[in-house]
Design a binder for this molecule. Structure first.
Ligand code: PGA
Length: 255
């Protein structure tokens, strides 16, 4: 993890009810208060952002959106802009989650436009990158991750990169119970950091916070976070229970 501050984010995806979201947010806040050395972020469905923000007032927990549209405003029925999220008080936004890329056909350039719109509006993007199992088996993991990374960051300056988190999420490890081994994850994280050093500069790359995502749970978080280039986790399934999310926050203290 190096000297970077750990950051654990819970992507709730299309789960929870209003009541469940509020209870989960409060549970996360209680857990986060016990682990002040890490940043905790919850990423609820868009319709619960405002009530969750209210419920978390005065706590250390950050709130993120799962998606947004790159335009400022306009005739885009069903979409949300970065400015809207910012005006609500949202802090982070996930850009290019693999479910958006693979189910909704988002391209890497489109994701790059979102990252830029997010930063320009004062949000902190969490840019997701990751290869499919076919990509990995064909030996093109670095080519795929490198392309997603550079396109995702294509409009950013080094100063803007400081506010951006990159999440490496191998698609074959998301929701499958199959985690990348710590060595497999570290190898891609090191590649991402080297690519950031070439694209920006070594200091910017050194400061960038890189999360691993894909079936992270309390039982495997510690060994992943021990890796030198893994600074946190983007958690799906295990973020839906305050106890397991808190267990992952706890793993940051031993790493
Ligand atoms: P998972 O999801 O933890 O359920 O594998 C991770 C993610 O999609 O961010």
């Amino acid at each position: 993890m190096g000297s970077r501050r750990p950051v654990i984010a819970g992507n709730w995806k299309m789960n929870t009810s209003l009541e469940g979201a509020l209870a989960l947010a409060k549970g996360v806040a209680a857990g986060a208060a016990k682990h002040p050395g890490a940043d905790a972020i919850v990423i609820p469905p868009a319709c619960f952002l405002a009530p969750v923000l209210d419920a978390l007032q005065g706590t250390s927990v950050g709130v993120g959106a799962q998606n947004m549209h790159p335009a400022d405003k306009g005739a885009f029925t069903g979409e949300l802009s970065a400015g809207m999220l910012q005006s609500l008080g949202v802090h982070y936004v996930v850009c290019g989650h693999s479910e958006r890329r693979h189910i909704f056909g988002e391209t890497s350039d489109w994701v790059g436009d979102k990252v830029h719109a997010a930063i320009s509006a004062g949000l902190r993007p969490i840019l997701c990158v990751g290869e499919t199992l076919d990509d990995r088996d064909s030996g093109i993991t670095e080519r795929v991750v490198g392309e997603q990374l550079l396109a995702g960051l294509r409009h950013l300056s080094a100063a803007q990169m400081q506010y951006t988190i990159v999440a490496y999420e191998p698609v074959w490890a998301i929701g499958t119970g199959r985690t990348a081994s710590p060595e497999q994850a570290q190898a891609v994280h090191a590649f991402i950091r080297t690519t950031l050093a070439e694209r920006f500069d070594p200091a910017t790359a050194d400061q960038a916070r890189l999360q691993y995502g894909g079936s992270v749970k309390p039982q495997n978080a510690g060994e992943l976070l021990l890796q030198p280039d893994i600074d946190g986790a983007l958690v799906g399934g295990a973020s839906l229970k305050a106890d397991s999310f808190t267990g992952i926050l706890a793993a940051t203290t031993s790493a």
